[in-house]
Structures are given as structure tokens and as C-alpha cells.
Write a protein that binds this ligand. Structure first.
Ligand code: ADP
Ligand code: MG
Length: 214
């Protein structure tokens, strides 16, 4: 199936064609229309199956098409378990976002805290973060999540394995629950900790499992 059959904005389709991507992967085919429709999502598929675009494209579409809840604060937060993964997601986001007014920042441990405070004060629309450092910034009040429209958890099972459940709850609680859309990606959907956190954070989610039973 081609990306153009998934309901994506023309501007995104143009970017994809520049990246020489034409066919959507299975997880992208299933997840993108659901996410674009505004539904919460609990999804799994194997490594290398293209999950990053499955959440970045709907997040960007929301910026193109949606009205902001507020003028300030991040509108999309993407959480990943490690700095390296955050950097990879951030790099893809920057490529897709080139030439748009939508700015983004990377908030991970091991980098200068005060530089991140400054970056957050500029009210970036997208924040790609590891949970620990973003939670530190919430405590420090470098940013608020009152205007958050999308919370995306990439590799949620690994974040839980690394002990980030308290930080995930803290970030979730800082955001407005009524209006927010939440997308959760995980290698497994049957892990008890994943089931728990999904039931706390997701609102009537669509479950998608590609390539294995969920
Ligand atoms: P996952 O998160 O599921 O492990 P990634 O999102 O990291 O997978 O994607 C793996 C690789 O596949 C990346 O190099 C990415 O650019 C590429 N990719 C993603 N979607 C497509 C597509 N529709 N067509 C071709 N390559 C793709
Ligand atoms: Mg991935």
C-alpha cells in the first residue's frame, strides 16, 4: 500500500517522496489511519518495521491540520528508553520537519541541563526525550505540558524494563488528560507492566499487533 492511501497531508507525501519512500510498511499501514483519526493506539511490530514513521507522520499531520490548544508549551512529546534512540528519532523528525515552522528539541541525559532549559523556554512544538531527563525538567519547571496534544511512547516495554514507570506516570500526569492523544509502541503487548501502564494512560485504544499474536 502506498503512503498516499493512508490519508496523509500532501505536504507530508511530498517529503516522503523526496526520501524515496513510497510503500508503507505493515505497521505504518495499520497505525497511521488510526492515529490520524485521533484515536489512542497500543501497537507492536518487530524491530526494523518502520515504527518511527508510524508515529512521526501522524504527529506532524496534527501540527499541519490541528489548531493548537495553547500558543505555548510543547504540543508533542516523544519518549524513548535511551539517548541513542532519542537521537535517532530526533534526526528523523528533523529531516521530516525541514522547511516547516515547527521546531523541536532533544532532551536527554548526559547533556547540559541549562542549555536544555533555554531550549525549552523557546516553546518547541516537538520534544524528543528520555523519561528521566524530561521528568527532571518538569520538577525544575523548565517546561509545562498543559498544552500537550500527543504523548508518544516508543519502546514502552524497554522504558518499563529500565525502571522508568514513575517518570512515565509523572509525565503523563503533567499533561491534560481530556484532550490528549496517546500512542504507545512496545515489542510485547502481553507483559503485565505494559498492560498496567497502557490501561492507566490510554483511552479506549486501538490494539495493533503486526507479525505475532498480541
Ligand atoms: P523500528 O522502530 O520499527 O525498529 P525504524 O522506524 O527505525 O523501525 O525503521 C527502520 C528502517 O526502515 C529505517 O532506516 C527507516 O528509514 C526505514 N523505513 C521506514 N519506513 C520505511 C518505508 N515505508 N519504506 C522504506 N524504508 C522505510
Ligand atoms: Mg524504533
Amino acid at each position: 500500500m502506498h503512503f498516499k492511501d493512508l490519508g496523509l497531508d500532501q505536504r507530508l507525501l511530498k517529503k516522503l517522496s523526496h526520501m524515496a519512500f513510497s510503500q508503507a510498511t505493515e505497521i505504518q499501514q495499520q497505525a497511521i489511519p488510526v492515529a490520524i483519526a485521533g484515536k489512542d493506539l497500543l501497537a507492536s511490530s518487530k524491530t526494523g518495521s518502520g515504527k518511527t514513521l508510524a508515529f512521526l507522520l501522524p504527529a506532524m499531520q496534527r501540527m499541519y491540520r490541528g489548531k493548537p490548544f495553547t500558543k505555548r508549551d510543547p504540543r508533542v512529546v516523544i519518549l524513548t528508553p535511551t539517548r541513542e534512540l532519542a537521537k535517532q528519532v530526533y534526526a528523523q523528525l528533523r529531516t521530516l520537519n525541514a522547511g516547516t515552522p515547527y521546531d523541536s528539541t532533544l532532551i536527554v541525559g548526559g547533556e547540559n541541563f541549562n542549555d536544555q532549559v533555554k531550549a525549552l523556554r523557546n516553546d518547541p512544538m516537538f520534544v524528543v526525550a528520555t523519561p528521566g531527563r524530561l521528568a527532571d525538567h518538569l520538577e525544575h519547571r523548565s517546561t509545562h505540558l498543559n498544552g500537550l496534544e500527543m504523548l508518544i511512547m516508543d519502546e514502552a516495554d524497554r522504558m518499563l524494563d529500565l525502571g522508568f514507570a514513575p517518570e512515565l506516570r509523572q509525565i503523563h500526569q503533567a499533561a491534560d488528560h481530556r484532550r490528549r492523544q496517546t500512542l504507545m509502541f512496545s515489542a510485547t503487548l502481553d507483559d503485565p507492566e505494559v498492560i498496567d501502564i497502557a490501561s492507566e494512560m490510554l483511552n479506549d485504544p486501538k490494539r495493533i499487533a503486526v507479525g505475532h499474536a498480541a
